[in-house]
Design a protein around this ligand. Structure first.
Ligand code: GLN
Length: 529
């Protein structure tokens, strides 16, 4: 089995995920069967219970796994659907070891970090990598953290197992003071890595400008990594430029050489796409109205979906981040935009502002896309203002509302545990013929990902229909509302599912394309007036 392990040093947030994704893209497009594994050294079992403020978006896989947003990056670059196995956390590993201990699997022994935890880590990595030519493993956190020690030890042990071929890559920071690139932090970082028995084979140096010849020579001298394997990963405008950056420095030749891979020419497919990202022919301004906006990564899959639209249409998207709570003081901040997106979210704070944004879009014919909570606020707003159900709400926000137009999913009744218990993952959606959504998707059935506990209360469906709402997509049974349209408008659509999670560079989310194209039409019409 062939593995590429990527660790990080000096500071967090160096974009290890982008490096791993880009390498994966290059290998997969060379005709190799590639998978990506993320190691997250925290004690949570999964990412589902963590705040988007701390770790950004919770990504959801087809199988319902709630995982770190890096798995979203891997899926987009690999154009594949990963599984919950591809995410390994300390919580998962410890839970399994303790379950085994209780069952009596280790009867008679003292259960210890080495070998029991490290063996379990190795087992989980092998299980996720099974059936692939190459597995890339990203180790979250920074080398030197106590949390990641057992994982690094397990990976070190794997290197000496004859059945494995491994390459260790390390992402490091080369800060610049004036016009001098400083290599000391990298020297220290790599000393840490060597002290736990890992000598890196390749380095990815993150810097503002391309790495200078002298910095490269110095790093090579101190770390024993050949200059040809020191890759300058300097700042570029967008992650989709990184594969070419790595490719141009010969990274594939090195990997193929080390793994004795013959042939496998790369088919690079991102030329046209990155050209459009660099030079969009037109531009629209879209407001993302949410409550986690200080943490832009909380909406990363939407940002990515818009990049995919730009890459394919040449229409650039300038995102305007709007704090939904502030809309209670007036709608000025959304008056200059060409389209409005209300994304998912949890809890009441910010919801009244999202309702104001949706109402503004509905009443002023501004293109609108509602996703999950953005779908639910549309139903609440229309119930209040068109059906005159005063105080209509979701029971998530007002348990005693007289008009619970959004209510708990029946199967959620009685659920007490918060972890992994929502309606999660890929589900079939049936689209009604003759509707706008049917034309947009060009299909009777689609599969999209979910993450919610609440839904449209079936009792209010016929009333909502009278007000002009068309539920054009439902679940298989026809009882769960999945897509909503309004009065034949082609620039207004909302979905209970998370369309952004399945958006891919070469196959962008249909509703995001629709929002951007409608926004351009809206902008042109506005200019004519
Ligand atoms: N809070 C809502 C629910 O649980 C919406 C969830 C979401 O936007 N992901 O149904």
């Amino acid at each position: 089995m062939q593995y590429i392990v990527v660790t990080g040093g000096v500071v967090s947030g160096l974009g290890k995920g982008t490096i791993v994704s880009s390498l994966s893209y290059l290998l997969k497009n060379s005709g190799l069967n590639v998978t990506d594994i993320k190691i997250d050294p925290y004690l949570n079992f999964d990412a589902g219970t963590m705040s988007p403020y701390q770790h950004g978006e919770v990504f959801v896989l087809d199988d319902g796994g709630e995982v770190d947003l890096d798995l979203g990056n891997y899926e987009r670059f690999l154009d594949t659907n990963l599984t919950f196995k591809n995410s390994i956390t300390t919580g998962k590993v410890y839970k399994r070891v303790i379950e085994k201990e209780r069952k009596g699997d280790y009867l008679g022994s003292t259960v210890q970090i080495i070998p029991h935890i490290t063996d379990e880590i190795k087992h989980e990595i092998e299980d996720a990598a099974d059936g692939y030519d190459i597995a890339l493993i990203e180790v979250g956190g920074t080398v030197g953290d106590i949390e990641s020690m057992p994982f690094l030890e397990a990976l070190r042990q794997m290197r000496s197992m004859p059945k494995n071929q491994m390459i260790f890559g390390h992402v490091t920071l080369v800060p610049e003071i004036g016009d001098e690139q400083k290599t000391k932090p990298t020297q220290h970082g790599i000393r840490d890595l060597r002290s736990i028995g890992i000598q890196p084979d390749m380095l990815f140096c993150r810097s503002t400008n391309p790495l200078s010849k002298s910095a490269k020579e110095k790093i090579s001298l101190f770390t024993d990594v050949a200059e040809s394997e020191i890759i300058s990963a300097y700042d570029v405008m967008n992650a989709y430029f990184v594969p070419k950056l790595l490719m141009d420095q010969g990274i594939l030749d090195f990997i193929k050489g080390r793994f004795s891979i013959k042939g496998h020419e790369l088919k690079y497919t991102l030329d046209e796409f990155t050209k459009n990202l660099e030079n969009p022919k037109e531009r629209v301004k879209i407001a993302i109205v949410g409550k986690y906006i200080e943490m832009k990564d909380a909406y990363i899959s939407h940002r990515e979906a818009f990049s995919h639209v730009t890459g394919n249409t040449g229409i650039g998207v300038d995102i305007k981040w709007v704090d939904s709570d502030k809309l209670k003081n007036g709608t000025d901040s959304i008056k200059d935009v060409d389209g409005i997106l209300v994304p998912g979210g949890f809890g009441y704070r910010g919801v009244e502002g999202m309702i104001i944004a949706e109402r503004y879009a509905r009443e002023n014919n501004v293109p609108y896309l509602g996703i999950c909570l953005g779908f639910q606020v549309a139903v609440i707003e229309i119930s209040r203002n068109l059906l005159h159900l005063e105080g209509a709400n979701s029971t998530e926000f007002d348990k005693n509302t007289k008009y619970p137009v959004i209510d708990l999913l029946p199967e959620q009744e009685g659920i007490k545990d918060m972890g992994g218990t929502m309606r999660l993952g890929s589900k079939e959606i049936d689209i009604k013929e003759g509707t706008f959504a049917h034309g947009l998707y060009g299909a009777d059935k689609i599969y999209e990902r979910h993450r919610h506990r609440y839904e449209v209360n079936p009792k209010y469906i016929s009333k909502l229909n009278e007000a002009g709402v068309v539920f054009s997509g439902t679940d298989k049974e026809g009882v769960r509302m999945e897509i909503m349209e309004f009065l034949g408008r082609k620039d207004y659509i909302a979905t209970q599912f998370h369309a952004e999670l399945k958006s891919r560079p070469m196959n962008p989310s249909k509703v995001h394309i629709n929002l951007v194209k409608s926004a351009l039409e809206y902008q042109k019409a506005k200019l004519k007036l």
